[in-house]
Design a protein around this ligand. Structure first.
Ligand SMILES: Nc1ncnc2c1ncn2[C@@H]1O[C@H](COP(=O)(O)OP(=O)(O)OP(=O)(O)O)[C@@H](O)[C@H]1O
Ligand SMILES: [Mg+2]
Length: 377
């Protein structure tokens, strides 16, 4: 089992409240990411789960047991940090063995030479060796066991740090930005390794990142935190397609969602620029922020009632995709539109283009950033 329940967790440092009444139920075996901008309280929340920090109020339950008063070392959780925290003077093998030696050997057995006289030590050593070799096979680091951390690449070090967390077979892994020290290509590679590791271990992972792409690609559910509040907890697809607020919509997705100023009239009909969305907002006579993701706008060679015109200010070529940064004619909106390279190669900075929206993809938010629904009636 590996369920973790956070009930009404608040945390203040002095007079600053950094976590505000957060409740989350993490299911056994799920890969949950805590994601949000820098300083929103992710690491603090993870440290509270680990027992490295005490909450100001609220309860932490692991496998339905209240652990508020249980020390970090007795919570049976494994923490993996960004900095790896390996012992530099010990071999990889010794790094992996250390948590097991501390757990399994008594103080006499830990003594050099004389400790070997203990009748139980041989058997304990064998079981430690077995766990170390099983873990290093899973992580494909068996060939590295005799090296020191300084003789490893960043990705290999990260795997050893994971291994050191795995050997104890914890009920859950807590990871705080474990990939952020790696270069971009290795980070993407390690994402898939971590996902595979998670599916083979089937242990609960709680993973902190400020990188929304990591959260979208790896997690079964993501908890989006902003300013110490939990704004949304859902599957990555649901958070992306159906964000609960403007802040979530703007945090998730790269390039960022386009936000237009618009309004709904007395019948609820929504207008932005010259477009009538032909759908009615559930609230009438409202100033709106209308979100449309870059992939739901395209450059069109026709001009009709579903297009508006804009001027290209910057053409961003990423090889597989081209993103056009454009200004609408009223000068009010600078937006990003995805283009298909083969179809848009003749468009350059300064060109005037027609932009067509995909139907039924707009998201409505009121002035306070709260989601407004379309009226389906
Ligand atoms: N020991 C502390 N004393 C005072 N303030 C703290 C302490 N630890 C964290 N904070 C503050 O609490 C807030 C949340 O910090 P936290 O480290 O949880 O953020 P984070 O979401 O992990 O950010 P990042 O993505 O940059 O790691 C920050 O404003 C931080 O300055
Ligand atoms: Mg942090």
């Amino acid at each position: 089992m590996g369920t973790i329940s956070l009930k009404n967790i608040s945390k203040s440092f002095g007079s600053t409240e950094v976590l505000k009444d957060l409740s989350v139920d993490i299911k056994d075996g799920e890969f949950l990411t805590l994601v949000g901008p820098s300083g929103c309280g992710k690491s603090t929340l993870l440290r509270i789960i680990a027992g490295l920090e005490q909450q100001t109020s609220g309860d932490v339950l692991i496998d339905n047991k209240n652990v508020n008063k249980i020390r970090a070392s007795e919570r049976d959780l494994a923490m993996v940090f960004q900095s790896y925290a390996l012992y530099p003077h010990l071999s990889v093998r010794r790094n992996l063995e250390t948590p097991l030696r501390l757990r399994d050997y008594n103080s006499f057995e830990r003594l050099p030479l004389i400790g070997n006289l203990s009748p139980n030590k041989k058997q304990k050593t064998e079981s430690i060796n077995q766990l170390v070799s099983k873990t290093s096979e899973t992580l494909k680091i068996s060939e590295l066991l005799d090296r020191k951390p300084g003789q490893l690449s960043g990705g290999q070090r990260q795997r050893v740090a994971l291994g050191r967390a795995m050997v104890r077979e914890p009920v859950a892994f807590l990871m705080d930005e474990p990939l952020s020290n790696l270069d971009a290509a290795l980070r993407v590679h390690m994402r898939s390794e971590l996902s595979e590791l998670h599916s083979s271990l089937k242990t609960t992972f709680v993973y902190v990142t400020h990188d929304q792409a990591e959260a979208l690609t790896m997690s079964s559910r993501m908890a989006v935190m902003i300013d110490g509040n939990l704004l949304q907890l859902d599957t990555p697809q649901e958070v992306y397609d159906n964000p609960s607020s403007l802040s979530v919509a703007q945090f998730v997705g790269s390039p960022k969602i386009n936000i237009f100023k618009g309004s709904s009239d007395s019948s609820g009909t929504v207008n932005l620029l010259n477009l009538n969305l032909k759908r009615k907002s559930s609230e009438t006579n409202l100033e709106l922020n209308i979100g449309i993701r870059p992939e739901h706008l395209e450059i069109s060679n026709q001009s009709d009632e579903d297009t508006f015109s804009a001027k290209v200010s910057y053409r961003e070529n990423l090889g597989s995709d081209i993103f056009f940064h454009v200004n609408t004619e009223d000068g009010m909106n600078r937006i990003i539109v995805r283009g298909i390279p083969q179809l848009t190669h003749e468009i350059s900075n300064g060109s005037t283009v027609n932009i067509k929206r995909a139907p039924n993809k707009a998201l409505l938010f009121n002035q306070e950033g709260k989601r407004v629904q379309f009226n389906n009636a």
